[in-house]
Design a protein around this ligand. Structure first.
Ligand code: UTP
Length: 293
């Protein structure tokens, strides 16, 4: 049996959605940030579509107060479906919101103590197998999708994987950055991770984007609940402690990333995706030209 045949497949994904979304207030006072739509799909839907394309079966949402709309979105809307069927309207548009019974699990993060803490809240559901993480406010558009590219790389090298992107050097201080080792195509060995380094101290211009495949041991590291940058329990710090203990690679994502946690990124994503969609590209291009004079 080859090594890759021994590897446990990536069946579960954690979606941390318990953050407060303060950058989008007041829009996010009563609506979760993850439900803000880019055109006609909420952010969480793009992430779930990407997960399913990558073969993920079980979706684990780490939620908080005011996040029930996310779970309802993936539930059956009986009245809506009955009314639509009665009017001979196709229900196909709702297909991406259907999850196999039993494959959607929610856990609660009572206090948003940081991304690392949110992931740790899912430890009992993740159990003893490698798992994926999706930050839904990072919209990753690629063909194949980002997680599918990562799962393909995981099947080669195993261990822990993060998705990275190259950014201009003057932008590195806003992100988590990798210290790269040997590179082979899209795969780069990770020697270290630094959260928000000063430009002159950054070990590379490869930034961590919001997709991960991690081994379950990360939960033991997160158990210590140590606070890092911003007084939050950081996932980057826990991952950094696993380097050297387990294989750790970065996959350079072949595709586009939009930071929909920021307003500018959100507008960019909306425009870019509209310009890619056959049903609206021509009209949106004409509109943009008109607006730009
Ligand atoms: P962000 O820091 O981008 O999200 O966290 P936020 O805190 O909701 O947004 P702002 O900065 O106040 O506008 C990245 C991801 O991690 C989740 C968020 O929901 C988001 O998907 N998160 C963050 C948690 O689930 N729990 C936390 O304690 C922190």
């Amino acid at each position: 049996m080859t090594q890759s045949q021994n590897r446990k497949p990536i069946r579960k994904a954690v979606f941390p959605v318990a953050g407060l979304g303060t950058r989008f207030l007041p829009a996010t006072k009563a609506i979760p940030k993850e439900m803000l739509p880019v055109i006609d799909r909420p952010l969480i839907q793009y992430a779930v579509d990407e997960a399913r394309e990558a073969g993920i079966e079980q979706l684990i949402f780490v939620t908080g107060r005011g996040k029930t709309a996310i779970v309802e979105h993936f539930d059956m809307a009986f009245e809506l479906e009955t009314t639509m069927a009665g009017r001979d309207k196709s229900l196909e548009v709702l297909e991406p919101t259907r999850i196999q019974p039993g494959n959607l699990v929610t856990v609660r993060q009572q206090v948003p103590l940081g991304l690392g803490h949110a992931i740790w809240c899912a430890r009992a559901i993740v159990g003893d197998e490698p798992f994926a993480i999706f930050l839904p406010d990072e919209l990753m558009i690629g063909s194949p999708g980002c997680m599918k590219q990562m799962v393909e790389a995981y099947n080669e090298v195993g261990g822990n994987l993060i998705s990275v992107l190259e950014v201009p050097e003057d932008e590195v201080s806003s992100y988590g950055v990798i210290a790269p080792g040997k590179a082979n195509g899209a795969l780069t060995e990770v020697k270290g991770l630094v959260e928000k380094p000063k430009r002159e101290e950054a070990p590379s211009n490869l930034i961590i984007s919001g997709r991960y495949i991690l081994q379950p041991e990360v939960m033991r590291v997160l158990e210590s609940q140590e606070k890092g940058a911003g007084g939050e329990i950081q996932l980057t710090d826990a991952m950094a402690r696993m380097i050297g203990e387990q294989p750790f690679h970065a996959v350079t994502f072949a595709g586009k990333r939009y930071d929909c946690g920021s307003k500018i990124g959100f507008v960019e994503a909306t425009l870019a995706i509209a310009l890619e969609r056959e049903d609206m590209a021509d009209e949106v291009r004409a509109m943009a030209q008109r607006l730009l004079g």
